[in-house]
Design a protein around this ligand. Structure first.
Ligand code: FEO
Length: 172
């Protein structure tokens, strides 16, 4: 049986991933209707990835004899100023996700649950990748500033960065 404290931490993380998926879905939709098809594809795919992160946790909890709790999701933001604003929010959101994952890892160590600790290492690595990518994108947007031509090319290129599937639908 899954340790109860670990189970609670994993269920909390299920909600974090569900909220992340929802937050990026709202951003994808905004980008779609504001003339950024590339960023929209990236964000739709990122939203799908977060759903996959959530599903992976649900399966793990249930497979280990626990009970996954399917959470209600928090209302996502909807009033975005521009792409820079979106990616700043995305990075700040990912910092919070990393803190949440570190908390799960901490509970695993305190409870001596090395199996779940091992499982969580995938999330630890994933966070490093996601934060690095978000930093990289924000650096590019800072360089671009208000240059509309450069923004056009950025939007075209961001569609092909990790996280964006051509269909806008597949998790990696
Ligand atoms: Fe699943 Fe981007 O954290």
């Amino acid at each position: 049986m899954l340790n109860k404290k670990v189970e609670k931490a994993l269920n909390d993380q299920i909600k974090v991933e569900a909220d992340s998926s929802h937050a990026y879905l709202a951003m994808a939709s905004w980008a779609e209707i504001n003339g950024y098809p590339g960023a929209s594809a990236f964000l739709y795919a990122h939203s799908d990835e977060e759903r996959m992160h959530m599903l992976k946790l649900i399966k793990f909890v249930n497979d280990r004899g626990g009970k996954a709790i399917i959470p209600s999701v928090s209302e996502p933001g909807k009033d975005f100023k521009n792409l820079k604003n979106i990616f700043d929010l995305l990075l700040s959101h990912e910092h919070n996700v990393t803190a949440a994952i570190n908390n799960v890892v901490d509970v695993c160590l305190k409870e001596k649950d090395y199996t779940t600790h091992n499982f969580m290492q995938w999330y630890v690595s994933e966070q490093i990748e996601e934060e690095t990518l978000a930093h990289h994108i924000i650096d590019q947007l800072n360089l671009i500033g208000n240059d509309k031509g450069a923004l056009y090319f950025f939007d075209r290129d961001v569609a092909n960065m990790k996280g964006a599937a051509p269909s806008g639908g597949q998790a990696k």
